[in-house]
Design a protein around this ligand. Sequence first.
Ligand code: PHE
Length: 357
Amino acid sequence: MDLDTFAADLDALRERALAAVAEAIDPATLDVVDAAYLGRKGELRRLLSGIGALPVADRPRVGAIANPTRQELEAAIATRRERLEGIHMDVRLAGEAEDVTLPGRPLARGSLHPLKETEREIARFFARYGFVPYESPEVETDELNFQALNIPPDHPARDLWDTVYVVPPAGQPVEATADRSRWLLRTHTSPGQIRALRELEPPMRVLTPGRCYRYEATDASHGSEFFQVEGLMVDEGTSLAHLRGLLDEFAHHLFGADRGTRFRPGYYPFTEPSVAFDIACVVCDGAGCPACGRTGWMTILGAGMVHPVVLRNGGLDPERYQGFAFGMGVDRITMLRFGVPDLRAFYANDLRFLERF
Ligand code: PHE
């Protein structure tokens, strides 16, 4: 072995190493190449370990020949590693990339239930005339739901309200007969009248919205649960004309300024006189069609002057105070507003229906 042979072997090693570095396609392969040529048991070490065969005078020159090659190879590997790691990162980022130009996912936006929307619209209207919300409970006594409203236990008018009776709340006395302390689910919001009369001072204007219950079969226009809004105004000199004017405004607000209206005689034990308030049919506009029973009119609420007995039961002197009251079905008014033919749709909780409001 002489120095020229050593230099030729080193050059061949260099060529092979550079080719292997160029062919390495990922950092792991490059590590293998690095170890194979420059490692502790690599080819360069092996070549250098052969210098014992060189003449003694040539040995010092080996380092001068071999070191530039080692540095060149180290640099080539470092450059290649940087390159491969860059590519590796690019590939990874490309795989994880978000397309920021894609449209966002839509947020599901809630809306009020149509019955609640109508209830609020009614409340907004009457608030303009000074009516304030007055809450009244859903579980009531026979006394407030009926008797204080001038409906004694065996009164035939009870047939107007088929009633769901309930077990009394804990601690309340249970009585065998339909007497004052019998508990029930309110059949209308009118017991709110008694509570308001007893709690507040005239002049008063209150509006009581809420859920009511009747023991009856469900069909397209009747539910065993439904919603009412009750109105009550009490003052000195309150008259039927005030009621008429207010309800006219109300009908025009909800169903259009040209909507025809009328009062018809009605009957409720707790008002005298009692009226049914009609609007011109929202389908045929008064001409007569199946929706209005060919009368041209639709009843939207019951009302009347508060009966003197009721005022007295509420603790007021009917000689001094007069009042009017009205009660309407929110379900029916919502059906008429939006042209919904079957009120069961309001309780089915089908989002395809509810999302249309
Ligand atoms: N409470 C009556 C009903 O449920 C409606 C009504 C309220 C009538 C107030 C007159 C006065 O049918």
